[in-house]
Structures are given as structure tokens and as C-alpha cells.
Design a protein around this ligand. Structure first.
Ligand SMILES: [Zn+2]
Length: 351
């Protein structure tokens, strides 16, 4: 447990649901934890006891990637954890592969509707069908190149990585039910309020239930790691970090003792503390970046060692580049840095 985590509370201690099993974390809410084949090695999914149109069953929140191992884990859950009841609805917090990957499979298997924000639904459909232009392909390679990533092997790998998204999200349901900020979703007789979040995904939806005092935070309220906040090739002028910081500010309106159910890590309380930690974290990194760039203009690639003190592999480098650009853009939009494009075609951020 790191120092910041000590300021949070983990009411379940070190308890984790075993693979293929679930753990009740609040009345009618069961925790599923599935393995992921990345550095981020797991995702939390949730089963909520529900009743829709007189039919008893379950609402699933988030799905895992479309790999055989995750399907097998779901099959085990279906057999042993659903108390003989069907899945009635699939809620997806946002379009990232670990959240939406198996949504189409789950929806087809149970004849259940997908609930998601309209923005994330449509972005997922485009990326799944047309190939990835965010994490790989020419657009991404040129974008990272213009931000100072020069290593030819890294650029070649990014240029060739065009099926990254579709590999994990081979299909998306052909229709959806829209969730919007402020909407109320009734699940098992409880009212859950949709809270939109920006800067991590196009339109992430977290859900808060007042009667249970529980927040399904998705990737917008993580206890241990800080949410990835990136600028990507598809929206190269974005101010993602500004959007993210404004979004998490909304969680301060929730009760201080609300139980946070995050997509990664363990159920926790201390949401207000966590918002402050994340704001401090980004403020410190922005200050370091501003200092370095005020002394000498930096590209986003040159700024990587300022933001990340550890060596990065290619997968981490693409995430880190997006984060670096997001921080530089924050300072640029705030008028604290200017950007200039050099004769070499690269953007540099300086005084
Ligand atoms: Zn995500």
C-alpha cells in the first residue's frame, strides 16, 4: 500500500473475489474481478440484483475484453453466481476495451440491452469497425512524431498497430439505450444517478445511488492508480486534463463516506480525499513541467522523464505520450506556455 492509499479506507480489507466467483460489497451488489493480460492486470465488474418489467435478474456493469479467458470466466459466473436468474441489462461506463469488449457477446447471449453514453457507443462502433486511429496507424504515428517521438522502431510499431481496438472489441451491439448526465437509472428498486466524466474517455458515465451510498466510479475514481488522461491523434487539440480535473470535482458533492466501487483496485471510502490527492498529483506535475519548459522549450517526448521517473515500454510510452501532451496542453490553454512548431515539424512548448 502506498502512502496516499493509507489516507483511504478499504472496508473489505484484502478480500478479493476468487476467479469465477463474486463477493457481495453492498446489498444486492456483487463484485467480479477478472484478469487482464496487461500491466494493468485486472478489472472489476459488478452484478446488481435487478427487476425489469416484472422479471427478476441482474444488471451487469462493465464486461472485460473479448478474449476466450474472459468468456470462460463469465460462463463460470453464469453457472454458479446468478442464482438461476438471467442477465437483464448490460451497463458500460465507457468505450475502453476492458469495459466494452464483451458487451456484444453478453447482450446477444442474454438478449439484454446495452446502456451507455451516446458518445462512447458511437466511438466504440467506429473504432471496432474501421480500425484504430487512436493507439495506432498512420494518424497516431504522425501525431506522436510531431510531438517528438523519434525512435524509428517505436514509430514503426505504432504505425503497424491498426487492429489494437478491434482485437479486444471485435463487435459492438447494433443498438443501445442512452445514458446522460443527471439521468436516473432504476436498478433493483434503487435510483442511480448518472454522472458524466470527461478527459479519460469521450463521455464516461459513473453512477451514484443515494439510498445505498455507493458510487460505481468506473475509471473516473480509482483509489490506487491515477486515471489515464491523454490527448490522442483523433482529437489533437484537446484539453483533456482540464476536462478530467473539472469532472472529478463533481465527486466532491457526494457524501464523504460514500463507498467507491472502482474499475481497478479495491472498494474504498474517502472519495473527497482521493479527489484532492488527484488534484495535488496533477498540480505538482504541472508545476514541474512549467518549470522545465520555462527554462527551455520541450516536446512532449522530451517531457516524458519529467512526468515519468521509470523506464517505459512501447505500450506504456504511447499512454505516457498522450499524458505528456495533455499536461502540456493544460499549460498552453491556460496561457502559461506557448507552443511553436519547429522547422523539423515538431511542437515545442516553452515560455
Ligand atoms: Zn478506461
Amino acid at each position: 500500500m502506498n502512502l496516499l492509499e493509507r489516507e483511504l479506507n478499504y472496508p473489505l480489507g484484502d478480500a478479493l473475489p476468487a476467479p469465477g466467483e463474486t463477493l457481495e460489497v453492498a446489498p444486492g451488489i456483487r463484485w467480479i474481478r477478472m484478469a487482464l493480460p496487461f500491466a494493468l492486470d485486472h478489472i472489476n465488474l459488478w452484478l446488481l440484483r435487478d427487476r425489469i418489467d416484472g422479471q427478476d435478474g441482474w444488471t451487469v456493469v462493465d464486461c472485460c475484453i473479448a478474449h476466450d479467458a474472459s468468456r470462460a470466466q463469465w460462463e463460470q459466473i453464469f453457472e454458479t453466481q446468478l442464482q438461476g436468474l438471467p442477465v437483464l441489462r448490460v451497463i458500460v461506463t465507457h468505450m475502453h476495451p476492458d469495459h466494452i469488449g464483451l458487451a456484444d457477446w453478453l447482450c446477444r447471449r442474454w438478449n439484454a440491452p446495452l446502456w451507455i453514453s451516446s458518445t462512447d457507443y458511437h466511438v466504440a462502433r467506429v473504432l471496432s469497425a474501421a480500425g484504430d486511429m487512436l493507439a495506432g496507424g498512420d494518424l497516431a504515428a504522425d501525431f506522436f512524431g510531431a510531438h517528438g517521438l523519434t525512435a524509428p522502431d517505436a514509430i514503426a510499431k505504432i504505425r503497424g498497430r491498426t487492429n489494437y481496438y478491434a482485437n479486444m472489441v471485435p463487435s459492438v451491439p447494433d443498438r443501445f439505450v442512452r445514458m446522460m448526465d443527471g439521468d436516473t437509472v432504476t436498478i433493483g428498486g434503487h435510483a442511480w444517478r448518472c454522472i458524466s466524466g470527461y478527459g479519460h474517455a469521450p463521455e464516461h458515465i459513473a453512477l451514484y445511488c443515494k439510498s445505498l451510498n455507493v458510487l460505481l466510479g468506473g475509471d473516473m475514481m480509482l483509489p490506487r492508480i491515477s486515471t489515464n488522461v491523454s490527448v490522442h491523434a483523433g482529437e489533437p487539440e484537446a484539453n483533456s486534463l482540464r476536462l478530467f480535473l473539472d469532472s472529478i470535482d463533481k465527486f466532491k458533492a457526494l457524501p464523504a463516506d460514500a463507498l467507491g466501487l472502482p474499475a481497478h483496485g479495491k472498494p474504498f471510502t474517502g472519495i473527497h480525499t482521493r479527489v484532492r490527492q488527484l488534484q495535488d498529483h496533477h498540480r505538482d506535475r504541472l508545476a514541474e513541467l512549467l518549470e522545465a519548459c520555462s527554462a527551455r522549450p520541450h516536446t512532449a517526448a522530451e517531457a516524458l522523464p519529467i512526468l515519468f521517473k521509470r523506464p517505459l515500454d512501447l505500450h506504456q510510452t504511447t499512454f505516457a505520450m498522450g499524458e505528456s501532451i495533455a499536461h502540456l496542453h493544460f499549460l498552453w490553454f491556460a496561457g502559461q506556455l506557448q507552443r511553436r512548431r519547429g522547422d523539423d515539424g515538431m511542437w515545442r512548448f516553452g515560455p
